[in-house]
Design a protein around this ligand. Structure first.
Ligand code: NAD
Ligand code: UFG
Length: 343
């Protein structure tokens, strides 16, 4: 029988790409999203690409009544839980919103799942839970560190909550997926990242500078102990990340308890390397200036992804230039993001 997956936050950047992967793999998908940081247009684009559609429910993961109704009317087998707020700077200014959405929201979701006896959950965690490790690459057995902001702390809290839950009841099968830095877009140019207002993350910012929407990039610090002085991260193509979710979902259908996997490439690139690679893909200059370090940033962060390869049979397939050219195609075809009229 076809499995039906509830995808919370499915209209967002990573969720929508994962839904495409799920539909292509033959799953049925129900999406729950309150659209606070996304547009339903992303799901129409999914349909345009694969000819299949997800069932959409506009609503909030904190709404217990809605969740109970959803679980009693839909036969859900597993939940992929992307819903949450993710802007680090905003989380410092509005911590209660972050704990409410990310922690209380996850708690309410788990309560409703337990009540409906749905025990399979894939959670969107983040490399931020490692804090500032002393060496690289980061493997899953590194201790979790001290996240430097409420967003990071909310992810760590949910991880702890889920571990306690699985410990209390062996019926739970939970995957904690620690993403490194997701970038890129679907190769069709129909789906991609559509940040609200000024982008917080490097790639969307670079891409808006290259197209002339923003005058220049501020490079946050060139005095880190890295080869060129700028911060190093492990950038992962969003389509590779989506495929990692499919593999994790399949793995937890025959693995109980909590399993943690890093989803990264194993290679780090500096900010200056990213600028050069984007200039090459777009054939546009990306003017930048070096400014002070951004508070809370670490010098370097990249994954040891070997556990996911060994246990999930998953590794990334898309390299840096592909991440850049896919981002650029999305930017060119959708200068207003999902508000751009479809062609
Ligand atoms: P996104 O903002 O594009 O997607 C999140 C979606 O959740 C949005 O569609 C939003 O409308 C929805 N949402 C938020 N609060 C909700 C609520 N209370 N009820 C229902 N829907 C709600 O973000 P994304 O980049 O796709 O990230 C997805 C998940 O991955 C998030 O949990 C994020 O914290 C995590 N993550 C993202 C990154 C990254 O760099 N993008 C890195 C590590 C982890
Ligand atoms: N950077 C700049 N200028 C910018 C934006 C970023 O120089 O305008 C630099 C940062 O200092 C950092 C690198 O580019 O060295 C990447 O920064 P991002 O903001 O794109 O990503 P972060 O590594 O800071 O954080 C991201 C997500 C977090 C997540 C973390 C680990 O935003 O949610 O990856 O997964 F927790």
């Amino acid at each position: 029988m076809t499995e039906r997956i509830l995808v919370t936050g499915g209209a967002g950047y990573i969720g929508s790409h994962t839904i495409l992967t799920l539909l292509n793999a033959g799953y049925e998908v129900v999406v729950l999203d309150n659209l606070c940081n996304s547009s339903q247009e992303s799901l129409l684009r999914v349909e345009q690409i694969c000819g299949k559609s997800a069932w959409f429910i506009q609503g909030d993961i904190r709404d217990r009544e809605l969740l109970d109704d959803l679980f009693s009317t839909q036969q859900i087998d597993s939940v992929l839980h992307f819903a949450g707020l993710k802007a680090v700077g905003e989380s410092v200014k509005q911590p209660l919103d972050y704990y409410d959405n990310n922690v209380s929201g996850s708690l309410t979701l788990c309560q409703a799942m337990a009540c409906a006896e749905v025990f399979r959950l894939v959670f969107s965690s983040s490399a931020t839970v490692y804090g500032e490790p002393t060496h690289m690459p980061i493997s899953e057995d590194f201790p979790t560190g001290v996240p430097t902001n409420p967003y990071g702390r909310s992810k760590l809290m949910v991880e702890e909550l889920l571990k306690d839950l699985a410990h209390s009841d062996p019926r739970w099968s939970i995957a904690l997926l620690r993403y490194f830095n997701p970038i890129g877009a679907h190769p069709s140019g129909l789906m991609g990242e559509d940040p609200n207002g000024l982008p917080n993350n490097l790639l969307p910012y670079v891409s808006q500078v290259a197209i002339g929407k923003l005058p220049q990039l501020a490079v946050f610090g060139a005095d880190y102990p890295t080869p060129d002085g700028t911060g190093i991260r492990d950038y992962i193509h969003v389509v590779d990340l989506a495929e990692g979710h499919l593999k994790a979902l399949q793995a937890i259908s025959h693995k109980n308890g909590v399993n943690t996997w890093n989803l990264g490439t194993g290679t780090g690139y500096s900010v200056l390397e990213m600028i050069r690679a984007f200039e090459k893909a777009s054939e546009k200059p990306v003017p930048f200036k070096i400014v002070d370090r951004r508070l809370g940033d670490i010098a370097e962060c990249w994954a040891d992804p070997s556990k996911a390869e060994l246990e999930l049979g998953w590794k990334t397939e898309r390299g840096l230039q592909e991440m850049m050219s896919d981002t650029w195609r999305w930017q060119l075809l959708n200068p207003q993001g999902y508000a751009t009229k479809r062609y």
